[in-house]
Design a protein around this ligand. Structure first.
Ligand code: FAD
Length: 533
């Protein structure tokens, strides 16, 4: 550690640059509060890049009677979709039905059915699925997304990759979301509304001094420390929320999180249509198989307890084999380890509600303000990507009383950067971009509009040929785009770019990624040198 810099007072200091920290920072900055956000690694480097990437109500939570959570999330799906039609899009889910599907035996619904219909022996009856889907269609006021329908799997493409025993399915709607881009765009919007966003900046301690907080951060690249002062602290540390309470801000709090690891595998594309599958297991669990990054299929997830947030979550061989075997129960052609090209794993920071199993623990969030010792701190427990905006609004409802005169709710319907167009205009935009920049391949044009929306034009600028975009790093990635990501989206390393700003890591070789990393490191060095002169 070397020099310590002292800063002036801000209203809010947010610990954690996952979706919840970034969402709260954006909402607060948009209301005129001064905000600093510190993230110890890259934005979305923990749970917020490792989700199944669905804006969904969570059909299976209905079996836990979590109707309020499901309703809140269902209403929110379309609010979010309209505000970010580049990074989010509607999906159809095909749920094949077979009589052997069973409940997880601890759900309230399975307990009730075991009492009133003991002869079902834990099987999930078709009428119950239809009832669940009826509620799913009607709880959340759909405008854009189509409702449920029945599918004959013996006809049509949905049944083609499946085993013959699956004859019937239900089809319903949810939405996709690029989770790590969502986080980055929230952080960027927060910065554009005045917030200071610090990445690779770890909060090492925070202490109450008189009526405010004194927070010490450490720059992970240089080791330099800095002291910040803030009237209020927000602990959005996700899996580290408990660690921050106990070892960084050292307050007494009875609340805690339960860490539940979930893993996914990515395989070569397993089938040829654009719908997803919702597979029910004989063990009561469910998994999804989702078309992913044009040429791949995403399969997940698992549920296992994880003790230590600092232990990097990884998809274990057992989890990988479990997912392959689960999917192989449905697909005619078995899914094998050889099909797996990548895997990832994340830790759900679930509010500890004392549930018996990881699958049963609530997915809803809890916000707790603690202001006994003078300056207040808001601790954020749990939450889903889908409810991040509502969570941020709820957080601000608790923050605003400490800052009288602050504006009210504003984020519903306000687009994220690049997202100011209508959901149905997406294909037209891809055509327009490809028409104006004739050197783009269809894959490239689509990728840019998905990532940047209307800002794809700003990324490409006045380029007339591919050469105008500078060095090419493979898989359509050019120096121009990297500069945009470094200037506007807080990217510092190749890993930030190829696994969180996009997923081109699936297409680039190790050597290509290393070359990109070197290029970015030289560029950062050059920029630092220029700033020092
Ligand atoms: C397998 C899996 C599948 C999921 N699928 C879905 C889904 O399909 N849909 C959905 O809606 N939700 C889903 N979720 C839930 C969702 O991903 C999480 O609820 C959400 O990402 C949590 O965000 P967060 O900001 O609270 O935590 P995180 O994203 O983990 O962010 C916390 C951040 O705090 C930082 N931090 C911690 N300590 C410090 C410190 N001392 N100083 C500075 N920074 C610090 C960390 O580096 C981290 O980046 C899924 C979760 C998992 C694990």
């Amino acid at each position: 550690m070397s020099t310590t810099r002292k800063d002036s007072m801000t209203d809010l200091f947010v610990i954690g640059g996952g979706i919840n920290g970034a969402g709260i920072a954006r909402d607060a900055a948009g209301r005129g509060l001064s905000v600093t956000l510190a993230e110890m690694n890259d934005l979305a480097s923990a749970t917020s890049s490792a989700s199944t990437k669905l804006f969904h109500g969570g059909l299976r939570y209905l079996e836990y009677f979590e109707v309020n959570l499901v309703r809140k999330a269902l209403i929110e799906r379309e609010v979010l979709l309209k505000a970010m039609p580049h990074i989010s899009w509607p999906l159809r889910f095909v749920l094949p039905y077979h009589k052997d599907m069973r409940f997880e035996n601890s759900t309230p619904t399975s307990k009730l059915l075991n009492t009133v219909m003991p002869w079902m022996k834990g099987r999930r009856p078709a009428w119950l699925i239809r009832l669940g889907l009826f509620m799913y269609d009607n709880l959340g006021g759909r405008e854009i997304l189509p409702g449920t329908k029945t599918v004959d799997l013996r006809k049509g493409p949905e049944g083609a990759p499946l085993k013959e025993k699956f004859a019937q399915a239900y089809e319903y709607s949810d939405c996709w979301i690029e989770d790590s881009r969502l986080t980055v765009l929230n952080a960027r919007d927060a910065a554009e509304r005045g917030a200071e966003v610090l990445t690779r900046t770890k909060v090492v301690s925070a202490a109450r001094v008189d009526d405010h907080w004194e927070i010490t951060t450490e720059d992970r690249d240089t080791g330099k420390t800095r002291t910040h002062h803030a009237k209020m602290l927000v602990n959005a540390g996700g899996p580290w929320v408990g660690d921050i309470i106990q070892t960084k801000i050292r307050i007494n709090s009875k609340e805690g999180v339960r860490l539940v690891r979930g893993s996914h595998i990515v395989t070569k594309k397993l089938y040829d249509h654009d719908k997803c599958y919702f597979f029910q297991g004989e063990d009561g669990r469910i998994i999804f198989a989702i078309p992913y990054e044009t040429d791949f299929t995403l399969i997940g997830t698992t549920d296992s307890e994880q003790e230590d947030p600092d232990k990097r979550p990884e998809c274990t061989p057992e989890e990988r084999d479990y997912l392959c075997a689960f999917a192989s129960n449905y697909f005619e052609k078995p899914v094998t380890v050889d099909d797996v090209v990548w895997s990832y794993s994340g830790v759900r920071p679930l509010y500890d509600d004392g549930a018996s199993s990881a699958t049963a623990a609530t997915r809803d969030y809890t916000l707790k303000v603690e202001d006994q010792g003078g300056a207040p701190v808001l601790n954020v427990f749990g939450g889903k990507i889908t409810t991040y905006r509502k969570l941020a609004e709820g957080a601000l409802d608790k923050i605003v009383p400490f800052f009288p005169g602050t504006k009210g709710h504003w984020t519903a319907g306000v687009p994220l950067p690049g997202g100011d167009f209508r959901v149905k205009e997406f294909d037209q935009l891809v055509e327009k971009l490809a028409g104006e920049y004739t050197f783009l391949t269809p894959f490239w044009a689509r990728r840019l509009v998905r990532a940047y929306g209307l800002e794809a034009w700003d990324v490409l600028g006045g380029a007339k040929t591919e050469l105008d975009l500078g060095d090419a790093f493979g898989a359509t990635l050019t120096a121009r785009e990297i500069e945009w990501l470094m200037d506007k989206e807080f990217a510092k390393t190749a890993e930030d770019v190829v696994w969180r700003r996009n997923k081109l890591g699936l297409r680039l070789s190790k050597d290509e990624i290393a070359k990109l990393d070197k290029w970015m490191s030289d560029k950062r060095h050059h920029t630092r040198k220029e700033a020092a002169e």
